[in-house]
Design a protein around this ligand. Structure first.
Ligand SMILES: C[S@@+](CC[C@H](N)C(=O)[O-])C[C@H]1O[C@@H](n2cnc3c(N)ncnc32)[C@H](O)[C@@H]1O
Length: 443
């Protein structure tokens, strides 16, 4: 839509319409939230928007996806006849409307008005402004109270919450689900002087060394971004690279490296890094990040399972996975992934692990990590590797290597962080991604 046309609309309507397109693109088109914001398939109207409006679009879409179970629970209660089958925009307008009323800083009357306009602007939905108006008014009166009866895991697809109950028990599963309800903090890895950067960015240094701030505005405008003093990286995601220990001067392979947060840590620690990934577009982002940070590495575009690799002193393998540990940051993951994805991912992970072991010199260290809560992609992978390959042994991780956080080390000396760890009374400052990492030594 042309800029002039956007400007002549009711204030805020363009952001709601684009957010509605994106929510439908995720839920019906099965495309990721990130794909709608960046790259060749980004929503065309975003390019003309101010940063502030883009951030609002993202907040609207992410809040709907983060609280989708709660929102649909209310809709089921409020719509005795169900949703109209012939007009998908009605549901989307309701989801966006209720999300604003219950959780965002938007006056209720504005949320109702904008959702009514959304359906009026849609050919198939324009018969339903009365229904939208009535449901949103009811949500505004009764929504919070009605949600009190809903289970803690209401926003988690049941195939996932059932898996987590088996792996972690009921209490931990509820805690994970509750932790995923709040928008995540912004964690950054600084090259040096963490205390100084924490003071400048009005954040604090976590026990693990990351700096945590409450995100306000565009990251690219924050002090230190242009000069390459830091990069964005969840506190849990910053741990696996550190588990390789002192890598200064060593030849280190970062397998599945893009967009490069872990490669940057290794390069900053003085390693000679070879960053390998099969995706050229993702490696271009790694290159841009390295240029901004003033760091160096060798970049290899390759499928690691078929790569004729040299031998390395140490290897980090951050394997592709279901990514269920990042649902708070990427709430679309909960609705896009399927349990049927697990089998092929697990097969790929074990082939990647075999390749990682083969390219490690005797005596060298290997760290395997995944941002997944699924033991099939973590604990079970390592147990099977140790059972099939006698050239590697486990090298247990100690709590003092992860800032003393004993809660994130399991009985086998592996890292297992949950979104409910790093608790904080202020939900904007709490939690960390769910990660698994194991360290091995080649005999
Ligand atoms: C979890 S992401 C890596 C994140 C990265 N380590 C970081 O910290 O920024 C997984 C990566 O694995 C890559 N990948 C998946 N299968 C691969 C394969 N067979 N060979 C090489 N790279 C692969 C994907 O392109 C993706 O970039």
């Amino acid at each position: 839509m042309a800029r002039a046309q956007i400007q002549s609309e009711a204030p805020g309507l363009a952001a709601r319409r684009i957010a509605a397109d994106i929510v439908e693109g995720v839920l019906r088109g099965k495309r990721s939230l990130d794909d709608h914001f960046d790259g060749a398939q980004a929503h065309p109207a975003l390019a003309a928007m101010e940063d502030r409006d883009r951030a609002l679009v993202r907040m609207l879409a992410a809040t709907v996806l983060r609280r989708l179970g709660s929102l649909r629970y209310l809709l089921e209660r409020y719509l005795a006849q169900g949703l109209p089958k012939d007009a998908p925009r009605v549901e989307t307008a309701l989801l966006i409307g209720i999300a604003q009323i219950l959780w965002l800083d938007v006056p209720d009357h504005a949320a109702v008005d904008l959702s009514v306009r959304l359906v009026q602007a849609d050919r198939r939905a324009q018969r339903y402004p009365g229904l939208v108006n009535a449901v949103l008014r009811r949500a505004s009166r009764e929504g919070i109270a009605d949600l009190e009866a809903a289970p803690a895991t209401i926003d988690v697809p049941s195939w996932l919450s059932e898996r987590w109950r088996k792996a972690y028990g009921d209490d931990a599963t509820d805690a994970i689900a509750l932790a995923q309800r709040a928008p995540p903090p912004l964690d950054i890895t600084v090259k040096q002087n963490a205390d100084e950067w924490a003071a400048r960015l009005r954040g604090h240094v976590l026990p693990t060394g990351s700096v945590r701030v409450v995100a306000e505005g565009a990251v690219t405008r924050m002090p230190g971004f242009d000069e390459g003093a830091w990069w964005v990286q969840d506190a849990a995601a910053a741990l696996p690279a550190r588990l390789l220990g002192d890598v200064a001067g060593q030849n280190v392979a970062d397998l599945c490296a893009a967009p490069g947060g872990k490669s940057a840590q290794l390069a900053q620690a003085g390693a000679k890094v070879t960053a390998v990934d099969r995706s050229s577009p993702r490696l271009s982002r790694l290159k841009q990040n390295f240029t901004r940070l003033g760091l160096d590495c060798e970049i290899v575009v390759a499928d690691i399972t078929a790569w004729d690799a040299p031998q390395f002193d140490a290897v980090l393998l951050d394997a592709p996975c279901l990514a269920t540990g990042t649902i708070r940051r990427h709430p679309d993951v909960a609705w896009l992934k399927r349990d049927s994805d697990l089998e092929s991912l697990a097969g790929l992970q074990s082939r990647l692990l075999d390749a990682a072991v083969a390219m490690t010199k005797p005596g060298g260290r290997i760290v395997y990590s995944v941002c997944s809560l699924e033991p099939d992609e973590g604990e079970t992978q390592i147990a099977s590797l140790l059972a099939r390959n006698e050239t590697v042994e486990r090298d247990a991780i100690a709590a003092d290597e992860v800032g003393g956080l004993a809660e994130i080390i399991n009985a086998g000396g592996e890292l297992r962080s949950l979104p409910s760890h790093l608790a904080n009374p202020d939900p904007r400052l709490a939690g960390m991604d769910g990660f698994f990492a194991a360290r091995l030594r080649k005999r």
